[in-house]
Design a protein around this ligand. Structure first.
Ligand code: DGY
Length: 421
């Protein structure tokens, strides 16, 4: 058997072992439920060998969608004591129970990719069409509830919404959040070494925000007014813009008969607002702290995500590409999530340094949109080298390739199947 065949077999087995009957847990133990952006990426992996199962991944996630259109970041399909905070902590009345925040909304992009690459076009047409109104409602939720002043950029209220939970980009914004005053027991440290996970001081604040949203009865206006943490995350906004463009394209392809002019306008506003987040000094885009109204001056892979949205100029894309070689030279095992020469870089600690394969894919994909194929190929090759050497971990130390976080990880296996194999 070739190494590629072995990796394909192992990737498929990873998804099958993490399958809980129509939805996929990210990894056994550490994350025992269905996560939003994990589900989207994981669907791409399923699509390489089981198309009906790929659609089902998205369909089951949408069982958690709220009446206001929000698709929560966790859907608690079945109980488990392995994770904190569970459904009781969030306090949401929904069946199935869910968390009360969202995550980078990449689902429409995944639906478009599934549709375009489907072997069974007829089935794909039916299943994609059924998702369109739900996807449109999800985007409308973001553009309406998370950008009440119509700035073009939606706000995140919790670092978990960025998907890049403990990125140093959130440090200052999070430091204004008071620590939770109640005691609680983390479960993540039962599964993973503490030097690969967020700090207690961060968890105390993560939990304060969970409690606050419950106290405010999940009311969007009240949260917008009162949340001490409010960030326009350039990465989430880029993911949303790309997904919105993909949704509009898919609606056209499938003759969807709804008036989408509002989403069209929201996308145009977003593109122009993202362009204002460019920093000449950093050679990347920056998120905005909405409480201080300042840009956050730290280079992270989040600041490269406008490439994936097609929201940079050709000149900005070339400038980013010109700096990426140095970024990779310093930490060659994939793109470090925080630039290795930032003082806060931490090679093993979750989003403070490690490389994540789905982010490598998004950035390589974005670079290709601008014809920057050499650097895209270098990122792809680095990603392939890691899985050959280490298998499918949640994330990897970008300096030596060591696998970190949870093992046998669904989205890593999925993006490998889809992109690398
Ligand atoms: C976690 O628990 O680490 C997740 O990233 C939050 O959703």
């Amino acid at each position: 058997m070739t190494q590629t065949d072995a990796l394909i077999q192992q990737g498929q087995a990873t998804l099958r072992n993490n399958d809980r009957g129509g939805y996929t847990v990210p990894t056994a133990g550490l994350y025992p439920f269905q996560w939003n952006w994990d589900a989207g990426i994981t669907a791409l992996g399923w699509a390489t060998f089981d198309e009906p199962r790929a659609w089902q991944e998205l369909e089951l996630l949408f069982k958690g969608q709220w009446d206001n259109g929000m698709v929560p970041h966790i859907v608690f399909h079945a109980p488990s004591d392995d994770y904190f905070p569970g459904p009781k902590e969030w306090g949401v009345t929904h069946e199935p129970p869910t968390s009360a925040i969202s995550q980078p909304p990449l689902l429409a992009t995944m639906a478009r990719l599934l549709y375009e690459q489907a072997q069974d076009k007829q089935a794909a047409r039916t299943r994609a069409a059924a998702l369109l109104p739900r996807l449109a409602a999800y985007h409308r939720y973001f553009y309406r509830d998370r950008d009440p002043q119509q700035t073009g950029l939606v706000a995140t209220y919790h670092p978990w919404e960025s998907g890049m939970d403990n990125s140093p980009a959130w440090d200052t914004a999070l430091s204004r959040v008071p620590p939770a005053q109640r005691s609680y027991r983390r479960r993540d440290l039962q599964h993973v070494d503490s030097d690969q996970r967020p700090l207690k001081s961060e968890y105390d604040r993560f939990i304060y925000l969970v409690d606050l949203f419950k106290q405010l009865q999940f009311d969007s206006d009240a949260i917008y007014q009162k949340s001490p943490y409010k960030v326009q995350d350039v990465s989430l906004n880029s993911v949303l813009l790309r997904a919105n463009n993909d949704l509009l394209a898919l609606c056209k392809e499938l003759d969807y008969q709804d008036d989408l002019a509002d989403l069209q306008r929201a996308g145009e506003r977003a593109k122009s607002a993202i362009s204002e987040l460019w920093s000449d000094a950093h050679n990347c885009f920056l998120s905005r702290d909405l409480v201080s109204n300042e840009l956050i001056p730290i280079r992270t892979t989040g600041g490269l995500m406008p490439l994936y949205a097609g929201a940079t100029t050709q000149e900005q894309a070339s400038r980013i590409a010109g700096k990426l070689s140095a970024w990779l030279d310093e930490a060659p095992f994939g793109l470090a999530s925080t630039h290795p020469s930032e003082s806060v870089f931490d090679a093993k600690r979750y989003w403070r340094g490690p490389t994540w394969l789905h982010i490598n894919w998004m950035i390589a994909n974005g670079l290709q949109l601008y014809g920057l194929n050499d650097i895209a190929t270098r990122i792809k090759q680095a990603s392939r080298d890691i899985i050959e050497q280490r298998g499918y971990w949640e994330y990897y130390n970008p300096c030596d390739g060591q696998g970190c976080g949870g093992p046998d990880f669904s989205w890593t296996a999925a993006i490998a199947l889809y992109w690398l194999l």
